[in-house]
Design a protein around this ligand. Structure first.
Ligand code: ADP
Length: 399
């Protein structure tokens, strides 16, 4: 079965076409600046890359362009869109309703709509993507795969904030957690690597990319996670602050520069994190370069150190929550590629029974396990595959 995976953002549409159940990627691509000037589509087939510079005034045109690329005589991989057997949609927020992927029907659409309030930047474009695909591919089954679903197993004591209980009841304010597809995928892969059934692994999973989150996984299920009501909570990220004292917000709002809540919101989401501390970049590679050039006292180094310290504190917290763990698992652009970050976060944890292997860490080609043979808790690097997970979930729902 041919499965199309769609990840629709407010101004972008990411797609991948899979041949299932082999999970073979036939083609993939990204439409950027949808609804703006200079819109562009990059389409890839195997090692070939095609660039299409064309106005994409809205998502409807974007989806149409993607389908025409997939069926194009020159760059396509299928003859007719009728060959597409199912579409899997990444949906950010499923609220408290969904703890797994759902075949899309009116009920599911209504729930996604109801969750727009909780994810105003993400759920509306996700919905547009679903509507446009339904229009372009009538009768083709569609599945929603939620970022929040994997964390619906959090116990109440972990997902509630210590606010008046009515705040939760009235406004649904609680920890939801995000990056669920990534945490779910690396949990399953880690179980395979460890040779254990997924429902018996205990893990601390670290998704470190532009957005960063961690999860405590007991018996294959998420029991705590660092992102919260929104993806702003928890770790230091590229441009997001992660955890701060909430009293900073009303204090700042008493100052003229931050009197508007929109300014505070922008500062916390777009000007903080690695970028805010370093003053240089939100990109770990640039900070590595700057720190190497400017030395240990530089703000680039400070940003890296703060990032790592926060990850390490969460590792400690989650090991304590779990009581026993099989592995600490790294993924995401930073987790998969930065030996420095892995060493600063998973090194020096002998107290917990983590025997980190610095040699394997600095040359991880092909190596998944970065711990010494006797390590009670292993350290694994597992490249994430969120689109592949969505394709699998979709296939499993419609086959
Ligand atoms: P997103 O969350 O947007 O999917 P990614 O998972 O691609 O982001 O992660 C992006 C981050 O990964 C950036 O900070 C980037 O600098 C970092 N990164 C990628 N490659 C390396 C590398 N070789 N060393 C250090 N950091 C890296």
């Amino acid at each position: 079965m041919i499965v199309l995976v769609i990840n629709c953002g407010s101004s972008s549409i990411k797609y991948q076409l899979y041949d299932m159940p082999d999970k073979k990627v036939l083609a993939k691509g990204l439409a950027e600046k949808v609804g703006g000037d200079g819109s562009f589509l990059t389409h890839r087939r195997g090692g070939e890359k095609f660039g299409i510079s064309k106005p994409i005034p809205n998502h409807k045109v974007g989806i149409g362009l993607i389908l025409s690329c997939l069926t194009d005589l020159n760059m396509g991989v299928i003859e007719n869109v009728k060959e597409i057997g199912a579409v899997g949609h990444r949906v950010v927020h499923g609220g408290e309703r969904y703890s797994g992927a759902m075949r899309i029907d009116q009920d599911v659409l209504t729930c996604i709509e109801e969750c727009c309030d909780l994810a105003p930047l993400h759920n509306p474009p996700n919905l547009i993507g679903i509507h446009e695909c339904r229009n372009a591919l009538p009768g083709v089954p569609m599945v929603a795969v939620f970022d929040t679903a994997f964390h619906q197993t959090l116990p109440k004591q972990a997902f509630l904030y210590a606010l008046p209980y009515e705040i939760y009841e009235r406004y649904r304010i609680r920890k939801y957690g995000f990056h669920g597809t990534s945490h779910a995928y690396i949990t399953r892969r880690a179980a395979e690597i460890l040779g254990k059934p997924v429902d018996s692994v205990n893990l601390v999973t670290c998704h470190l990319g532009n957005g960063c989150s961690m999860a405590a996984v007991r018996n294959g299920k998420s029991v705590d996670t660092s992102m919260g009501f929104t993806p702003l909570a928890g770790l230091v990220m590229g441009t997001r602050s992660g955890d701060i004292d909430p009293a900073i917000i009303p204090f700042l709002m008493s100052k003229p520069e931050y009197a508007k809540i929109s300014e505070v919101d922008k500062m916390l989401n777009k000007k903080s994190g690695l970028l805010g501390i370093s003053g240089i970049s939100n990109d770990m590679r640039n900070l590595d370069e700057a720190a190497a050039k400017d030395g240990d006292d530089s703000r680039a180094q400070l940003a890296i150190d703060m990032f790592c310290r926060r990850v390490k504190s969460y590792i400690g917290q989650y090991l304590a929550v779990l009581g026993k763990a099989d592995a600490i698992v790294f993924t995401g652009g930073i987790g998969e590629n930065s030996p420095v970050v892995r060493e600063k976060t998973a090194g020096g944890l002998e107290l917990f029974g983590v025997m980190f292997d610095r040699v394997k860490n600095s040359d991880p080609a092909g190596a998944f396990d970065l711990s010494m043979p006797g390590s009670r808790i292993k350290v694994l690097v597992v490249p994430t595959d969120e689109e592949g997970w969505i394709a699998e979930e979709t296939f499993n729902h419609v086959k």
